[in-house]
Design a protein. Structure first.
Lengths: 61, 49
C-alpha cells in the first residue's frame, strides 16, 4: 500500500494523534468560519429559518 | 529476512503495513460518514439553496 512504510520512521503514538488532531482542527475551523461568515447557518440553528432570514435584515435597520 | 528488521519506531515492515491498512480503512469509513452527513445537510438545510 502506498505510504505503508511511513510508520517505520514516524512513531505511531505521535503520528496517529497528530493526524486525528489535524483533521479535527481543520474540520472545526472550516465549520466555525462558515458559521461566522454566513447568515443562514445561525438562522437555521435558531429554528424558523425562513422567518429569521427574512426578518433579520429588517431588524438590523 | 528484512521482514524481521525492527525499525527505529519499533515496528517491522509487516506491522507498519498492517497499521497503515487500518488507518486507511478508518479514513475511508470517516469519509463516507462525512459525505453522508453533508448529503443530509444539503437536503435538510438551506445550504446552497
Amino acid at each position: 500500500m502506498i505510504y505503508g512504510k511511513m510508520w517505520l520512521v514516524v512513531k505511531p503514538s505521535v503520528g496517529v494523534p497528530l493526524i486525528i488532531a489535524a483533521v479535527a482542527v481543520a474540520s472545526f475551523s472550516v465549520h466555525l468560519a462558515i458559521l461566522n461568515n454566513t447568515t443562514w447557518v445561525k438562522a437555521f440553528l435558531n429554528g424558523n429559518a425562513d422567518k429569521v432570514a427574512v426578518s433579520a435584515p429588517a431588524a438590523a435597520k | 529476512m528484512s521482514d524481521h528488521k525492527v525499525w527505529p519506531t519499533g515496528l517491522t515492515e509487516a506491522e507498519s503495513e498492517e497499521l497503515h491498512r487500518h488507518i486507511v480503512q478508518g479514513t475511508q469509513f470517516f469519509g463516507m460518514i462525512a459525505a453522508f452527513a453533508h448529503l443530509l445537510a444539503y437536503i435538510y438545510s438551506p445550504w446552497l439553496k
